[in-house]
Design a protein around this ligand. Structure first.
Ligand SMILES: [Zn+2]
Length: 268
């Protein structure tokens, strides 16, 4: 009888607490874009990434142009970081060991990381970083920007569920180096006529680092490429997945409902 009363009391308390959570205070996904250096035009593309992500009311977006100063407090309130940063050709731009360790711990403990195009093309001396992000290495290259088709590989994954093939005008990399055990979700054919490899090349991959979720999105050379509806949808979904592993009520790149309460299952 005492036990029943306690359970009853507990249920009433729970009901009271949850019924008094005001609307609009649900947890928003805290997104931190790191930028400030890139051999691409980050001064144009970083605001474009921010614009795309701010279209989703579930995201709260902040930007740092000095990732070498990221603090533990900053990462503690962050769900997912988005790299539009690299030190390609600028090896003097290094992160202190203390910041590297914070970044590694953030990912190992379940953080999310998205690499956009040349972001992540960095740190030849940092093995763990390349276990998180794609990077430019031996044999990597690209031809001139041109129009090509982006298509799903058929992998069952909530980021690409219902996504239809689409055309984009962008820079297509070949022989990109990806972290071990990456899963390729989207590819594009790299035509030799356009200076490519003559085979399908990955443009969207996912992988794990500890409990962390990583996405490498190799498109988005400039804002023209980022304004493509396919890019926008895949970016938003990637951020949601990397932050929460769950994507709910999403529309595909053609505007129709592609998935509802879709939970990634194969690559947990
Ligand atoms: Zn590029």
């Amino acid at each position: 009888m005492v036990l029943k009363e306690n359970i009853h009391c507990c249920l009433l308390t729970c009901l009271f607490v949850f019924s008094h959570i005001p609307f609009g205070t649900e947890h928003k996904i805290q997104v931190l874009i790191y930028s400030g250096s890139n051999n691409h035009n980050w001064k144009e593309t970083t605001p474009e990434l921010e614009r795309i992500l701010k279209n989703d009311p579930n995201f709260l977006v902040t930007i740092t142009n000095h990732p070498e100063t990221i603090s533990a407090d900053q990462l503690a309130k962050t769900d997912v970081v988005v790299s539009n940063w690299n030190n390609f050709g600028r090896p003097e731009l290094i992160w202190p060991d203390s910041v590297r360790q914070l970044f590694i711990n953030f990912m190992k403990n379940g953080g999310g990381h998205i690499t956009i195009h040349a972001g992540g093309s960095s740190f030849n001396d940092w093995v763990e970083y390349h276990q998180i992000t794609a990077y430019w290495g031996s044999g990597t290259g690209h031809g001139p920007r041109h129009e090509f088709t982006v298509k799903s590989t058929g992998e069952k994954h909530s980021i690409v569920q219902g996504i239809e093939p689409y055309e984009t005008f962008d820079e297509l990399w070949h022989n990109t180096h990806f972290p071990p055990e990456s899963t390729v979700l989207m590819t594009a054919f790299s035509s030799k006529d356009k200076g490519g490899s003559g085979k399908d090349e990955p443009v969207l991959t996912v992988n794990r680092f500890g409990k962390g979720r990583c996405v490498n999105f190799m498109l988005g050379h400039d804002i023209r490429a980022m304004k493509n509806p396919g890019f926008k949808v895949l970016l938003s979904r990637s951020v949601k997945w990397a932050a929460t592993e769950t994507i709910t009520s999403i529309t595909n790149n053609k505007g129709s409902i592609a998935a509802e309460q879709s939970k990634q299952s194969k690559h947990d």
